[in-house]
Each structure stands twice: as structure tokens, then as C-alpha cells.
Design a protein around this ligand. Sequence first.
Ligand code: PAF
Length: 295
Amino acid sequence: MPPIGADSQIEVARSIESLRARVDGWRADKLTVGFVPTMGALHRGHLSLIAKAASLADRVVASIFVNPKQFAPGEDLASYPRQEARDLELLASAGCQLAYLPDAAVMYPPGFQTSVAVAELSKGLCGESRPHFFGGVATVVCKLLNQARPDIAVFGEKDFQQLLVIKRMVRDLDMPVEIVGAPIVREADGLAMSSRNAYLSAEERKRAGALNRVIADVARDLENGARVDTALRSGRAALEAAGLTKIDYLEARSAENLTPLGPGPLAGAPARVFAAIFVGKARLIDNWPVGGDRG
Ligand code: PAF
């Protein structure tokens, strides 16, 4: 497994065998292993996940695989940004020792027919408008964890529903790995970092900055005792006033199990405000904890 460049320390594995050979070697040396699954097009958000994994484990593996099973026909699978050489340099500089880059034939060989479904947590929010999505995510993450066999795996809180789905899957299937969540990394105006931000024109990018401010305001209103229905109505109006008119959802739910909240004021259990909007070619998601720091 050759390093990718003169200055880079990163190794690249493209097969399950070479991935396991390296991980097994580390285990033989009593080193712990952290894992960060990605679809590439890396940004500072991903690099924060690598840093978190590096703080919790002796060695870090990151995967790059644009998983066809989590895209529906007509979504952006073909146009999803791909920048392998740059991603490898970024991973190396962030403290990742091994990049795992399987291709579709490694992940889904002929005859593949198994899928993993996390029933309840996959419903609602992103599961509503992307019903295929969490099945695709759970299936690929289950496979990646079985292939890499890490001690811990780190997922960003931007995809909060995904984080809960993966935690549930690991618990339900008795998978010997600890799932760790990492905070959202934001641009200067608060926009959550996402590979899909690259789809935004300059004007759309400017408008998109309002998303995080609106959900933070909704979270603050709820914290201050506002009714859920009133706070969400104001939030929708604020999004529309900011030119973010294509709202997929704006909801407040339990932060523990995503149960929808009643229309009245919060009863005290941890809650989070969740939103997804379409801006130009991008579908952007974000969430904000009630009682969270506005940064
Ligand atoms: O969050 C992502 O980038 C993807 O959903 C993941 C976890 C890498 C699975 O393909």
C-alpha cells in the first residue's frame, strides 16, 4: 500500500483484505482504531471528525465511498463532487493514517441482496422526502464497520437523524463499536459545512446563511417558553422572508428519539430544531439544540 505523495503519510486501501491487513496489524500492536466514514469532497467539518477520532483512538481510518444506495433516481449521485487526490492530502494532513476507498464492486458485488433498515428512527424528517436514504446509509455503514472493525466511529451532528439511526443500528445488531457524535462545523455566517454547499451560486450561498440563524431563533424561543406551533410558524415566516421559500421541513423533535413534540411549550426533555430546505440545486439540512450555544 504505497503512500500517495512524497510528503504524505497516508496509506490507501481499496480492498477489504488490505484494509483488514492494516487494521489487524495495528491491533496486534495493541493500538486502538477510530473510523470516519465519508463520501469525500472533504471540508473542515470532515476534518473535525478525523481530529475527534484521532483524539479518541491511536490510529484513524477514513473511508471515501459515494454510496449509490442512499441516492434515489434523479438525485445528485452522478454530480456529487469527487476530488480523490485532494481528499487524500486533506486526510493525511488531518492525522488520518489509512484511507479506505472501495469501489462499488467491492461494496456491492454481483448477487448482493441484503439491506439494513432501522424502522422508526428512519421515518419523518429526511426520511419523509428521501425514503430510500436511511436504508442506504444503514446498509453501507453496517458493511463499512464490519469491514474495518474499529473501536470507535465518528459521525457529525449535522446529520443528526443519521447519527441516531447508526447508534440504534449498532445497539440493535450488537456491533462491537462505540458511535461518537461530533459538533457541527460552521462557516463564518453560521452555515453548516456541507459538500453540497458547492452547488450554491454566490447569491444562493448568501441567502443560505439565514437557515442557521432562523433555527437558532426558534430554539431560543422554545427555550424561553414559546409554544412549539407558534415558534415554528415564526420560523417558517422568517425563512420565507429571507428568500428561503422551498422548505422541506422545519420541526422540533425530541433530541433523544426524534419523537415529534406537541404544539404547546416544551415539557423539559431535550429537544432539537431540525430543518431542510432547497436552495438552487442544493438540499441543505441543519439542526440546533434547544438550550444550545448560539456561538
Ligand atoms: O454522512 C455521510 O457522508 C454518509 O451518509 C455516510 C455516513 C458516509 C454513509 O455513506
